[in-house]
Design a protein around this ligand. Structure first.
Ligand code: PLP
Length: 377
């Protein structure tokens, strides 16, 4: 399907043709490990399901199109997708990383890849000059998130993508925004990554990861690694992510509308010290977010008076479930300092102990606000 259609149409159709043998409108779950060949090396494009699988191919094509890219690759988790990107590099290579990235990314970089000789520097992405100054002749990749997790900082993707001029690949973890509201490849990034566990899947029922990109050589290298390493998703999981993507644009609209109302409610609440949401005009990244995003997404963080107040609040909500993860239709609440970001205690990411993070779902916003009000009382 061409990229001339609107996002909403592509989200439903891209990469998916009716099944040629039956006309089934939904991509079948090709639950098979191998494919019969007519003669040695004479086959219909599929030999073995680690290498290629039709359900996965539909997902990969869909992801490429909705990110405005040419190629997609699917993995068994978001971490497996990031891991495969890092295998492009060699001992001695240097990687710049936004100082406020997902805790699991920090752990993979510092506790796994540092042992293999990759070197990491942690940079404040809001200062493009500082990022440029941190580039060395060995620097091969800039890895960033925007908005970040859980501090919700905004990086200017187009400004940072200009670093490509210095032969540095720019990779963006687009999990928090989703392509419905932000498309980093169109802003100049080389690689987009998602934990499809989150908004792409959207229903808290699957773990997965994807990459989207444009460059032929980079695609060939990553496709080689995907097959050589083998962290591929099962056909059923690909089906679930494909199904989730069909409603992505509708969900993101409601996630964003609900979150903006909730952010304003929290901003006015006397028990809340500070709200971190890029849709509030007081947010330092508001102007950049307005320029590079369509809507501000469903994630909100806010700071209460004390760590005790934060722990008390997250245990008192009735609709917001106390859980890690994000991006599902149901609202979640958590305490990053003791939950999702406990593994980053020694990292440059200073998660305030009184911080609370919300993944705002698509329930009725009045019910959500009432729930937060009673939990804060
Ligand atoms: C969850 C998440 C990941 C990791 O993805 P998994 O699917 O859990 O492996 C990476 N980046 C961000 C921003 C995430 O939220």
């Amino acid at each position: 399907m061409t990229q001339d259609y609107h996002f909403d149409t592509l989200a439903i159709h891209a990469g998916q043709e009716p099944d040629p043998t039956t006309g089934a409108i939904m991509t079948p779950i090709y639950q098979t490990s191998t494919y019969v060949q007519a003669a040695p090396a004479e086959h219909k494009g599929y030999e073995y399901s680690r290498t290629d699988n039709p359900t996965r191919a539909a997902l990969e094509n869909c992801v490429a199109v909705i990110e405005g890219g040419r190629y997609g690759l699917a993995f068994s988790s978001g971490m497996a997708a990031i891991d495969t990107v890092l295998r492009l590099f060699n001992p001695g290579d240097h990687i710049l990383v936004g100082s406020d990235v997902y805790g699991g990314t920090y752990r993979l970089f510092e506790r796994v890849y540092a042992r293999y000789g990759l070197r990491f520097s942690w940079v404040d992405l809001s200062n493009v000059d500082a990022v440029r100054a941190a580039i060395t002749p060995q620097t091969k990749l800039l890895w960033l998130e925007t908005p970040t997790n859980p501090l919700m900082s905004i990086a200017d993707i187009a400004a940072l993508a200009e670093l490509k001029a210095q032969q540095v690949l720019v990779g963006v973890d687009n999990t928090f925004a989703s392509p419905a509201i932000q498309q980093p490849l169109l802003l100049g990034a080389d690689i987009v990554m998602h934990s499809s566990t989150k908004y792409l899947g959207g229903h808290s029922d699957v773990v997965g990861g994807v990459l989207a990109l444009n460059d032929d050589k980079l695609y060939a290298d990553l496709k080689f690694l995907q097959n050589a390493v083998g962290a591929v998703p099962a056909p059923l999981d690909c089906f679930l992510v494909l199904r989730g993507i069909k409603t992505l644009h509708v969900r993101m609209e409601r996630h964003s509308a609900n979150a903006l109302q909730i952010a304003r409610f929290l901003d006015d609440h006397p028990a809340v010290q500070k709200v971190l949401y890029p849709g509030l005009e007081s947010h330092p990244g508001y102007e950049i977010a307005k320029r590079q995003m369509r809507g501000f997404g469903g994630m909100i963080s806010f700071i209460l008076d004390s760590p005790e107040a934060a722990k008390r609040m997250v245990s008192r909500t009735k609709i917001f479930a106390l859980a890690e993860s994000l991006g599902g239709v149901e609202s979640l609440i958590e305490h990053p300092y003791s939950m999702t970001h406990a593994s980053t205690a020694t990292s440059p990411i200073a998660v305030p102990p009184a911080l609370v993070r919300l993944s705002v779902g698509i329930e009725h916003v009045d019910d959500l606000i009432d729930d937060l009000r009673q939990a804060l009382s």
